[in-house]
Design a protein around this ligand. Sequence first.
Ligand code: BJW
Length: 253
Amino acid sequence: STDALASSIAQVRTWLHSAQRIAMLTGAGVSAESGVPTFRDAQSGLWAHFRPEELATEDAFRDHPERVWDWYAGRREALKAVRPNAGHVAVAEFQARHPDRLTVITQNVDGLHQAAGSPGVLALHGNLFDDAWLDSCALARRPADACPVTLAVPGRPPHCAQCGNLVRPAVVWFGENLPAEALAAAEAAAEACDVMLVVGTSGEVWPAAGLAVTARRAGAKVVVVNPDATALDAEAHALLRGPSASVLPQLLD
Ligand code: BJW
């Protein structure tokens, strides 16, 4: 009920007031109210026909490069019109008022925390707007000698005129390692925090989901903010069942 949510919010606010370090793990749900579709709720587009585990993989790209490239190109295009919502803004404003107190760890590739002004965002799954080569260059003697990806010949996907290498989005697909530096910093933040806020994520994808488990084992209060049940609810000391664009401003004002 609304009363139960209000009293849980009040409880979590007392934890936040006495917390020296706060970590926040976010997922697609924080951007839902900006108009970005989530992965596992998506009713339209490719996610409706394929599970993320089947589409967001290197094999899917190799088997159907044009289809997967077009899907990412469409998402890039759609994101150009998207703005951070009141949730992203509340987080960034809290960080501005309390420097070095809250670390944002995001699984999102949409750049909306960064656009809202959050400093030092740890982007565990890369960035949708960055490009990378699919393979290491077959012609370069050393990786540093490969052509810059900006020189790729336009196409769907773009390719290298010299070696034929394909361009891919610089996101993390299933079976790929997360960026080591960001993951290490996220693990350190999870170990060190007094409160871990888990916001807008189904908690089904690892190792990101494990950060909540790490925080709990290290003694932090774990708070899940989500209108629906998640795989991390069992880790939570408080469940705030509401949309992040209205709950986050109430938590962090
Ligand atoms: C709202 C809301 C509102 C709605 N307000 N909330 C341990 C156990 C089992 C498996 C594994 C394991 N460790 C590793 C694995 C394998 C795999 C994995 O996790 N598999 C599971 C699915 C079973 N993990 C990996 O492969 C990772 N790599 C890795 O582990 O490397 C080591 C390794 C190498 C080789 C072999 C094995 C291991 C990589 C994971 C990469 C994930 N990539 C994607 C795609 C990114 C590119 C792209 O955008 O296309 O990342 S998949 C997709 O899921 C995307 C997301 O970041 C990620 C998480 O999804 P998220 O954000 O939680 O979204 P949803 O849609 O699931 O949930 C939205 C939530 O919002 C819902 O709860 C709603 O209720 C809520 N919501 N409106 C608040 N208004």
